[in-house]
Design a protein. Structure first.
Length: 82
């Protein structure tokens, strides 16, 4: 699981929580702030990829790689939430 606490300085962790982030395996709740122009299009492409090519490993930007039950853990992240 993510070790975001060890990966970030305290003020970045605080900002992350304010923006809906935090420790654990999750997706960015505000991708349009950083790297996508249209969240709906981005999320649709992620959902399509998950349906056609389920992941066996995910290496997040912060924390440990997800190597067990990866597709099952990833699916709720892209079908629930903002």
């Amino acid at each position: 699981m993510s070790t975001a606490h060890d990966d970030q300085r305290w003020y970045l962790r605080l900002l992350s929580r304010f923006l809906g982030g935090g420790p654990g395996y999750r997706r960015n709740a505000r991708p349009e702030l950083v790297y996508v122009r249209d969240r709906a299009i981005w999320l649709g492409s992620v959902r399509d990829a998950l349906a056609t090519q389920p992941p066996t490993i995910v290496v997040p930007a912060h924390g440990s790689a997800v190597t067990a039950d990866t597709a099952r853990l990833t699916e709720p992240l892209v079908y629930e939430g903002p």
